[in-house]
Design a protein around this ligand. Structure first.
Ligand code: GLU
Length: 450
């Protein structure tokens, strides 16, 4: 961690480290927020009353459970399931489920913590939580995925509900997994409780635009940032990391707005396509065939480079959208981007830039947005799905996309105005963290010490 925490806040940060030993991703997420609270520590001590900061850093409930399931060969496998119910000051716990071998309590706590502030920033009535498992969906058969999801839900169902906790997808959990999870929930509870999960399929209670929302929202947010400099995506060279749900729809929206995405990646390398990424091909490889990105270069032809090792961030661009995973963009990558003249970085993933990288971007004075602001479109559209489920309604694609765009514009305004109010114009990190924190803190004060 680079910059110093305010002396009034340091004991709180020390306490978080002491009582959550070894949880480095969680420490990092807390550090980033505590660093942003510096102006409050000086000028607005009411936001620290009644140990709000201490309480905000402690999840309301943490659930860890065994997930046994049978492989196709009849072997018993055991994974670990998590649901961290972080904060319900603003509404039911809300946040995705991640299935990835790297998942542990630290990862789920960092994601849940971020989610509290992100959800607050959306302006919608949703609290924060996150869950998942160290299950690796890669290489598993359809039947194995189904059995795993059913076993996972057989424990999770008792902890969730429309008014209690509303999970959705994240890395490794998309429409297919949510279908199996919802099916098992419906079977166990004997209720068609649509509002218990979001990211559902369109024929069984899902919302238009939810699939596209995180990627589209990130680009809408970046468009607002460019607007503050009188610029747009038109004619810009853009690099997007990842090639999953967030990346694919970020690429789609960049292309719709006149920019060109020339590179994207997966965990085995990256491709550079100077003509602009062919989205139909990418969708076929990633969404239909669930294959590797190297296939993109093979099928697209000789002008495309696939680089198996090396850094995607060495590809020169004006706009970088990290849409893969946490800590994927470190100090050295930030330097390379800045050397090549990057003008804007907006996070589509959760915490993809390390504190060092953020420091370098901010020091260079470029436009930089943290994920809890720029990728909030996903969860905001989940809240729109909840609204439609509650009123047994479904809206058109156009109406829902217009709502998403309005929400992203409002989040941008909230960040900009809050940063200005606290004397940090253009600092989206401070704007996002302070605005997100103050709304939750106000509600927590109102609800008493609970
Ligand atoms: N996993 C997404 C996120 O990081 C979406 C959560 C949701 O829709 O509840 O915000």
């Amino acid at each position: 961690m680079t910059a110093a925490v305010h002396p009034r806040l340091q004991p709180h940060f020390d306490a978080v480290i002491a009582r959550n030993p070894g949880e480095k991703e969680f420490h990092q997420a807390v550090y980033e927020v505590i660093l942003s609270l510096t102006p409050i520590a000086g000028k607005r001590p009411e936001y620290l009353q009644w140990s709000i900061l201490k309480r905000i850093c402690e999840p309301e409930r943490q659930i860890i459970f065994r997930v046994p399931w049978l492989t196709d060969a009849g072997e018993v496998e055991i994974n670990r399931g998590f649901r961290v119910q972080f904060n319900t000051a603003l509404g039911p716990y809300k946040g995705g489920l991640r299935f990835h071998p790297s998942v542990n309590l630290s990862i789920i706590k960092f994601l849940g913590f971020e989610q509290v502030f992100k959800n607050s920033l959306t302006g919608m009535p949703i609290g924060g939580g996150k869950g998942g498992s160290d299950f690796d969906p890669k290489g598993k058969s359809e039947q194995e995925i189904m059995r795993f999801c059913q076993s996972f839900m057989t424990e999770l169902y008792r902890h969730i509900g429309e008014y209690r906790d509303v999970p959705a997808g994240d890395i490794g959990v998309g429409g297919r997994e949510l279908g199996y999870l919802f099916g098992q929930y419906k079977r166990i509870t004997n209720q068609y409780e649509s509002g218990v999960l979001t990211g559902k399929g369109l024929s069984w209670g899902g919302s238009q635009v939810r699939t596209e929302a995180t990627g589209y929202g990130t680009v809408f947010f970046a468009q607002e940032m460019l607007g503050t400099k009188g610029q747009s995506f038109d004619g810009k060279r853009v690099v997007v990391s990842g090639s999953g749900n967030v990346a694919i729809y970020a690429i789609e929206k960049v292309h719709q707005l006149g920019g060109t995405v020339i590179a994207c990646s997966d965990s085995n390398g990256y491709v550079v396509d100077e003509q602009g990424i062919d989205l139909d091909l990418l969708k076929d490889i990633k969404e239909v065939r669930r294959a590797r990105l190297s296939e993109y270069a093979e099928r697209r032809g000789s002008d495309v480079r696939h680089v198996a090792d090396g850094s995607l961030w060495d590809v020169p661009c004006q706009i970088a959208l990290p849409c893969a995973t946490q800590n994927e963009l470190r100090g050295s990558a930030a330097k390379a981007l800045l050397d090549n003249g990057v003008e804007l970085v907006a996070e589509g993933a959760n915490m993809p830039c390390t504190p060092k990288a953020i420091d370098l971007f901010q020091g260079a004075g470029i436009l930089y947005a943290p994920g809890k602001a720029s990728n909030a479109g996903g969860v905001a559209t989940s809240a729109l799905e909840m609204q439609q489920n509650a009123s047994r309604d479904s809206w058109s694609f156009e109406d829902t996309e217009a709502r998403l765009q309005q929400i992203m514009t409002a989040i941008h305004t909230r960040c900009v105005e809050t940063a200005e109010e606290f004397g940090e114009p253009g600092n989206y990190v401070m704007g996002a963290n302070l605005a997100g924190y103050m709304k939750v803190a106000n509600a927590m004060v109102a609800l008493g010490v609970i």
